[in-house]
Design a protein around this ligand. Structure first.
Ligand code: PMP
Length: 346
């Protein structure tokens, strides 16, 4: 049985969270002398002398409409990287608990766990980059608080088989984190609508990829109200700055423009895949549901260096498990992709 209270670190259950100055006052006021801000203003025209809304309600309201999920089920982090860190600090007792990851996958799960002194168990994906359910069953023990899944997966680009994820959600009573950073480029549907069925599910998304806002740092976690409250307890009080909140509010009105960009990038992904497959140095281009391609080439490190000499940076993944001999290449603009193809031919 899933029992949230049994998964949470005991000190977090009893923790009295920091109460920010604005939390104490809910009514209307004209004069704010409660938070030791600069009452004169700022060198900028905006009201940047004031602390931002710690719970970012306006941003959440807009996201709620776009994602079809109530604001109380949304946590916002300074990038999904902060969501990963906050989840580890809610659930994993340092030196005692462990998490399971399924390499090859996004690197921050392991790094963030190491920073928090949380042990990491690795159950590699199968050769076709899917979950090894038997391996997972063996790796999980009473101290396994979380499993991090990534779909579409970085760096392989494929989506995980939905049925396998459902088996895990139904049989494992720790937290399953589904990182959907690349979901907007995928043929598969998100797990967000499935949240009511799975109290142990946390879905993460980000504005850094399809929304083109990597510089603003806005990551999202969707989960039960209880899990979101725990994450809010642990996060730094003003983790999303006012400039980001202002700009994100504006950007979220442009769903149409973002959908256009997604279409262009998905088309370019298809073209790049076909063109790469025609090159003699290319051994394999793995099918991708993301905005990058995992490409097996002759002499990956040599090819990486050759591209660098041409002013093109890709990611050398040749030392990563199951990605031996591979480069990870982000889908660029048409011009950038042409430049990449030209550099690979010569
Ligand atoms: N998850 C995955 C799978 C990623 O690839 C990345 C960024 N490369 C992140 C999360 C981090 O995203 P953010 O910019 O929101 O911190």
């Amino acid at each position: 049985m899933f029992q949230l209270e049994e998964l949470v670190r005991p000190n977090i259950l009893t923790l009295v969270p920091y109460s920010s100055a604005r939390d104490e006052f809910k009514g209307e006021a004209d004069i704010f002398l409660d938070a030791n801000e600069n009452s004169l203003g700022s060198p900028l025209t905006k009201w940047y002398n004031r602390y931002p809304d710690p719970l970012q309600w306006k941003v959440k309201e807009k996201l709620s409409a776009i994602k079809g999920i109530a604001s109380r089920h949304i946590f916002l982090g300074n990038g999904s990287d902060e969501c990963i860190d906050v989840l580890l600090r809610v659930f994993c007792e340092p030196a005692i608990d462990n998490i399971v990851i399924v390499p090859p996958t996004y690197g921050m799960y392991e790094v963030s766990a190491a920073i928090n002194n949380v042990k990491v168990r690795k159950v590699p994906l199968t050769p076709d980059f899917q979950l090894d359910l038997a391996g997972l069953e063996k790796a999980i023990d009473g101290h396994t608080k979380m499993i991090f899944l990534c779909s579409p997966n970085n760096p392989t680009g494929n989506s995980l088989d939905r049925k396998d994820v459902e088996v895990l959600l139904n049989n494992y009573f720790g937290i399953v984190v589904m990182d959907e950073a690349y979901i907007n480029f995928s043929r598969q549907r998100s797990f967000v609508p499935d949240l009511p069925d799975y109290p142990n599910l946390v879905v993460m998304q980000t504005l850094s990829k399809a929304w083109g806002l990597a510089a603003l740092r806005l990551g999202m976690a969707f989960a039960s109200q209880e899990i979101i409250s725990l994450m809010n307890k642990v996060k730094p009080p003003y983790n999303i700055n006012q400039a980001t909140q202002d700009l994100v509010l504006k950007a979220l009105d442009e769903v149409g423009q973002v959908n256009d960009m997604i279409r262009v990038l998905v088309d370019e992904r298809g073209r790049l895949e076909q063109e790469l497959k025609r090159l003699s140095i290319v051994r394999e281009v793995y099918p991708s549901d993301a905005n990058f391609l995992l490409v097996k080439v002759d002499n990956a490190t040599g090819t990486y260096r050759k591209l660098l000499d041409n002013g093109i940076v890709v990611r050398d993944r040749s030392n990563v498990i199951l990605c031996e001999g591979c480069l990870r290449i982000t889908v660029g603009t048409e011009t950038e992709n042409d430049a990449l193809l030209k550099a690979l031919i010569h």
